[in-house]
Design a protein around this ligand. Structure first.
Ligand code: NAD
Length: 246
């Protein structure tokens, strides 16, 4: 991985300074510096051994037919409730508070952007912090899932509870999608970070960007590097930490 130098940070700083409607589009790589593994890095979940591949476990069919196995994986790997926001989450929240960033569009389900103080967070793949009884619709928080029995049941009706997380084979929320399209198409700077850009339809949203400043910050190369105006290879927390909000 190339080392980020001062000139690169200054270039990013200038792009941020001259923008007033920044949108950040991110993925699991934004939270690795908080200790939550991503899917596709060498130490990510796709390189660990399970009885089934993670794509299979995290599918709707698997949830329905192998609920216990699903929840074993979910408790072990997805319910990261002790993680804290890192410098990337914090800087993005600061940019929003300063009126420079209009939205975060995230594929993450961990809620760390909100914990850092961000308000406009469009969660394309849902959140571990919302859980619904499939029978009566009652809502439960993540602690209820964490502390309860392996397969969570509704206190009111005994129905099966499902996390409000978009599993493979499930549709993304129309309202969240259209808001994301609206924000991205109006952005004057689009910063994409910590995502392999291989999960669709989420990754396709970046094509709605019409501006001239597309920045890509990622640890490894992506298929969109050639379309970006500026590519920074490195850790997003370490990079954004050096940006001044003014
Ligand atoms: P991914 O695992 O496919 O890709 C992560 C990318 O981030 C990789 O390209 C990796 O090189 C890069 N990366 C890792 N650490 C980084 C860092 N510190 N700085 C910069 N780049 C870094 O993840 P994805 O593209 O988000 O897509 C996969 C799916 O993973 C999403 O649908 C998401 O819902 C799910 N997921 C979410 C979480 C979470 O909520 N934290 C965790 C794991 C998976």
């Amino acid at each position: 991985m190339e080392k980020i130098n001062r000139a690169d940070i200054e270039k990013l700083q200038n792009m941020i300074d001259e923008s007033n409607r920044i949108v950040f589009f991110g993925g699991a790589g934004v939270s690795t510096e908080s200790g939550i593994p991503d899917f596709r890095s060498v130490d990510g979940l796709y390189h660990q051994k399970y009885d089934y591949p993670p794509e299979t476990i995290l599918s709707h069919t698997f949830f329905v037919h192998h609920t216990e196995e699903f929840y074993r994986f979910y408790h072990d790997k997805m319910l990261c409730l002790d993680a804290k926001p890192n410098d990337a989450h914090k800087k993005l929240a600061e940019l929003e508070q300063a009126g420079k960033l209009s939205a975060i569009v995230t594929q993450n389900i961990d809620g760390l952007h909100q914990m850092a103080g961000s308000r406009k967070v469009l969660e394309l793949h849902g959140s571990i912090h919302r859980n619904f009884c499939q029978k009566c619709g009652a809502q439960y928080d993540a602690q209820y899932i964490k502390k309860g029995s392996l397969i969570p049941r509704c206190q009111k009706c005994g129905g099966l509870i499902k996390p409000d997380v978009v599993l493979y084979e499930e549709c993304l929320d129309d309202h969240v999608m259209s808001e994301a399209i609206c924000e991205i198409s109006q952005a004057d700077l689009l910063i994409i970070g910590g995502t392999s850009l291989v999960v669709y339809p989420a990754a396709g949203l970046i094509h709605y960007y019409r501006g001239k400043k597309l920045v890509l910050i990622n640890k490894s190369a992506t298929s969109q590097d050639r379309n970006a105006d500026f590519v920074m290879q490195g850790k997003i927390g370490e990079i954004l930490k050096q940006i001044k909000v003014r």
